[in-house]
Design a protein around this ligand. Structure first.
Ligand code: P6P
Length: 337
């Protein structure tokens, strides 16, 4: 089939046989995410026009003010996944605990769990800056037909069977991997169809963009400070360009296309950084590695970390291979001195 205008649905069918667990369930799962993405996209795109702006009045388990669109996106993704009866459990940044689906139904043969940040970068909603949804998919490790358990969610990033994000930007894109490269699909809003627009996305090995909140500079470890100063030096192809949108999905997506590095380091204020391992760092790390990039906590590979808590945070560095390796060398040198 010509890939020139292949739809997401056609792509899923064409590649279903290449997925080692294929029983059609994962395809149906990706299709349900596609539907929820279109519904959330519609609300995000009209947020300025109707009363979905502003905090929902609650705070999530992170203690962050919940924006109404956070709550809306969370509800829509959960509703779609439950209605299509595809998963046995869901974990979300917006839910204190994981959600067990049809746990008492012994006929529930669903074997996938989904972990998600339903609307990442939500602080940007009211100022019309792009935001995103991040998702991570695992096969359960406890027996099918029994209630899902916390260990089904606390799996290493290595065990992911799929991961992706939706970026609600100047155009809406769904970018995901099932372990056979990374493909990007752009939504044609006129007909509500995603088309393959970015086949086999790859991080350029080298880049010249660094993304970090430099307002935290004085709180960073010395190795990170040294790396940031390295980025700013007049030498070789430096100084690099500093670009930080405040939305992980947007910074990651731009860096994957142009080459670059994103970092959310530990600091004296946040010793484990800010980003969550299970539904932000692991899915983005899976995508980064599948796109010939790299993802670490500054010293160790993100997808090797054994999770201990649903909402645990980790320091996060990801992007072009040579840039992440350079940062890691500064961290090693600093820890030796
Ligand atoms: P800061 C958004 O809240 C987020 O989780 C990421 O999308 C973003 O990169 C980061 O936090 C921004 O955090 O502390 O720099 O505002």
């Amino acid at each position: 089939m010509s890939h020139k205008h292949q739809t997401l649905g056609e792509f899923i069918i064409e590649n279903q046989s290449s997925f080692k667990y294929t029983s059609g369930e994962l395809s149906r799962l990706i299709n349900s995410i596609r539907l929820a993405a279109k519904v959330v996209n519609y609300e995000v795109n009209k947020a300025g026009l109707v009363d979905v702006l502003g905090a929902a009045g609650d705070t999530n388990v992170q203690g962050e003010d919940q924006q109404k669109l956070d709550v809306y996106a969370n509800d829509k993704f959960i509703q779609t996944l439950v209605n299509r009866n595809i998963v046995c459990g869901i974990a979300s940044e917006e839910e204190d605990d994981f959600i067990s689906i049809n746990s008492t139904d012994k006929n529930n043969q669903n074997k996938y769990v989904v972990l998600m940040d339903p609307l990442d970068g939500s602080s940007n909603i009211d100022v019309n800056v792009s935001v995103g949804t991040i998702f991570s998919i695992y096969r359960r490790i406890t027996p099918v037909g029994t209630p899902v358990q916390i260990e089904d969610f606390l799996q290493k990033g290595n065990e992911q069977v799929a991961a992706g994000y939706i970026i609600y930007g100047t155009s809406t894109m769904l970018v995901y991997t099932t372990g056979d490269g990374v493909n990007g699909f752009t939504l044609n809003p006129a007909i509500g169809t995603f088309y393959l627009s970015h086949p086999q996305m790859r991080f350029p090995e080298h880049g010249s963009i660094y993304s970090v909140n430099e307002g935290n500079y004085i709180h960073f470890p010395q190795g990170i400070k040294n790396y940031i100063k390295y980025c700013q030096m007049e030498e070789d192809n430096r100084p690099y360009t500093s670009r930080y949108i405040g939305s992980l999905v947007s910074d990651f997506h731009r860096n994957m296309i142009k080459g670059g590095i994103y970092l959310y380091p530990p600091s004296t204020k946040n010793p484990q950084g800010k980003l969550r391992l299970l539904y932000e760092c692991n899915p983005m790390a899976f995508i980064a590695e599948q796109a010939a990039g790299k993802a670490s906590d500054g010293t160790s590979r993100i997808m090797d970390i054994l999770p201990t808590e649903l909402h645990q945070r980790v320091p996060f560095v990801c992007g072009s291979m040579s840039m992440v390796e350079k940062l890691e060398s500064f961290m090693r040198d600093s820890q030796r001195s």
